[in-house]
Ligand binder design. Structure first.
Ligand SMILES: Nc1ncnc2c1ncn2[C@@H]1O[C@H](COP(=O)(O)OP(=O)(O)OP(=O)(O)O)[C@@H](O)[C@H]1O
Ligand SMILES: [Mg+2]
Length: 247
């Protein structure tokens, strides 16, 4: 009987950015383009609600202290070593509905053809996508990734999308943002953890190209790009990264 060859080691892709910039949507689309890929969701590593910091009466789900980074790094280490998710990790985040991706099947199919045309089809490329809103402030996390991808969205658009959402599945049940949560909690935490990626710390301004390069992070060329354009861009970037890794 012919020996079954083991699956290729996955490319560890960190997908980060502002809330509602499309991280989970893009992660799921990439899983369709690159078969046998899988997603490690940072949202599965929230500490219990009773341990979350409280800011003027509101629990803070968006600060660094809200995440069990020890557990997340252990899971990342496992993925790096074994090329698969830890067997005991049950994902709540996969139950979260992110709504319609707004990306037609034809865009996904075109991406699949692009992968095949590059000679990388048939499962040759597997991704381990780390979907997380807080990854790029942490050198140890960055050091474990093959590539970082940073999604942006204009403040107004991200706020509007977040406020249109019904809520999030949590350890305790279901979380719905109280009024004003985006401005009070989400946006200030985003600024604090990401200003180091931008020139003069201005998160509504220009990304610092040298800093991004040094950290091995790429970002779509425009702040407000539709997901049907982000997906093919991401596929090309991934194919390049795989070629570089294999060279
Ligand atoms: N670039 C985009 N183009 C079109 N739609 C988008 C884009 N980014 C996000 N969306 C839409 O916004 C909604 C939220 O996206 P998604 O849940 O993927 O964001 P997220 O970054 O994972 O957010 P969170 O940090 O809160 O988990 C989805 O309905 C998604 O289709
Ligand atoms: Mg998400």
């Amino acid at each position: 009987m012919a020996a079954v060859s083991p699956p290729p080691p996955p490319l560890l892709l960190g997908l980060s950015g502002l809330s509602n910039s499309g991280k989970t949507t893009l992660s799921r689309l990439l899983r369709r383009v690159f078969p046998d890929s899988f997603i490690l969701h940072q949202d599965d590593f929230f500490v219990a609600e009773s341990d979350l910091p409280v800011v003027d009466g509101d629990v803070d789900y968006d600060c660094i202290e809200s995440i069990d980074f020890v557990g997340l790094k252990k899971a990342l280490g496992y993925v790096g070593e074994h090329g698969e998710l830890p067997g005991d990790l049950v994902s709540r985040e996969d139950q979260n509905c992110v709504g319609e991706s707004g990306v037609g099947d034809e865009v996904v199919e075109e991406c699949v053809r692009r992968v095949e045309a590059a000679g990388m089809g048939g499962g040759r490329v597997r991704l381990a996508v780390v979907d997380g809103f807080l990854l790029f402030h942490d050198e140890e996390v960055l050091g474990r990734l093959d590539l970082g991808m940073f999604l942006r969205a204009p403040y107004d658009k991200a706020k509007q999308r977040r406020e249109a959402r019904t809520g999030y599945v949590t350890i305790e049940g279901f979380w719905e943002d109280p009024p004003g949560y985006f401005d009070k909690i989400v946006w200030p935490n985003y600024v604090k953890a990401h200003k180091h990626l931008f020139i003069d710390g201005d998160v509504s301004g220009t990304l610092d190209p040298e800093g991004m390069k040094a950290k091995n992070i790429v970002s779509p060329p425009e702040v407000d790009m539709h997901m049907s354009k982000i997906l093919p861009w991401a596929v090309d970037v991934i194919l390049d990264a795989v070629k570089r890794k294999e060279a």
